[in-house]
Design a protein around this ligand. Structure first.
Ligand SMILES: *Cc1c(COP(=O)(O)O)cnc(C)c1O
Length: 220
């Protein structure tokens, strides 16, 4: 199967309201161009240096999403162009994104990453940490970032019921935050959940944005 046919197959099976992020990490520009020529415009990367190199050489109408862990000291490299940062999990990072966005006279869209998996991970907020962040004076002062939703990753397991319950927990977090903090804000709308192995489950559980790599580009 070619990249174009993989892409078209996935797009034909997901609702038109769900955004597909084509995860192109580790893949060469030629693969990305193949997907681009098949109509894809949203690509996800998880390493800053690789993302910057690709952005410099590939077509300018690509929307680049940073889907991986982002260190504060690297925000400056992607601030001029990044369309969405998926994995914001602390106020210090959010402050730095705001500072760099201001320098470029932009507003940068961000998702709050939640730790929903039953796996040890250093990354992702708990619900109460997110509440503290959203209530903080520091957050209220940030004018050049926009929190447009939430993101999470389910446990890598064959136990479908566990994946379902983890995605349900992210949907519940989204709904609570939406009613408590963003009820006047229509741009808070994204639930980024679902990868190659679990995106169909994620969509059933309310995902609005899936991040799919290997099902499009092959194994890494
Ligand atoms: C690599 C990656 C993906 C895509 O994974 P696949 O299993 O190849 O679809 C999605 N989200 C994040 C955060 C990733 O790092």
């Amino acid at each position: 199967m070619s990249i174009a046919s993989n892409l078209n197959l996935i797009k034909s099976t997901i609702p038109p309201t769900v955004t597909l992020v084509a995860v192109s990490k580790t893949k060469p520009n030629s693969d990305i161009l193949e997907a681009y020529n098949a109509g894809e415009r949203i690509f996800g990367e998880n390493k800053v240096q690789e993302l910057v190199e690709k952005e410099e050489t590939l077509p300018k109408d690509i929307n680049w999403h940073m889907i991986g862990h982002l260190q504060s000291n690297k925000v400056k490299y992607i601030a001029p162009f990044i369309a969405l940062i998926h994995a914001v999990d602390n106020i210090k990072l959010l402050k730095e994104i705001n500072k760099q966005a201001l320098k470029h006279n932009r507003i940068i869209n961000c998702l709050l990453q939640f730790h929903i998996a039953n796996e040890d991970s250093k990354f992702g907020l708990t619900y109460s940490e997110a509440i503290d962040l959203l209530k903080s004076d520091t957050y209220k002062e940030l004018k050049n970032i926009k929190i447009s939703g939430v993101m999470g990753m389910a446990t890598f397991t064959s136990d479908e019921s566990q994946i379902v319950s983890e995605f349900k927990s992210l949907k519940n977090i989204f709904d609570s935050l939406n009613s408590d903090f963003f009820s006047q804000d229509e741009s808070f709308k994204e639930i980024s959940m679902g990868m190659s192995g679990d995106y169909q489950i994620a969509i059933k559980e309310g995902s609005t944005m899936i991040r799919v790599g290997s099902n499009i580009f092959g194994n890494r």
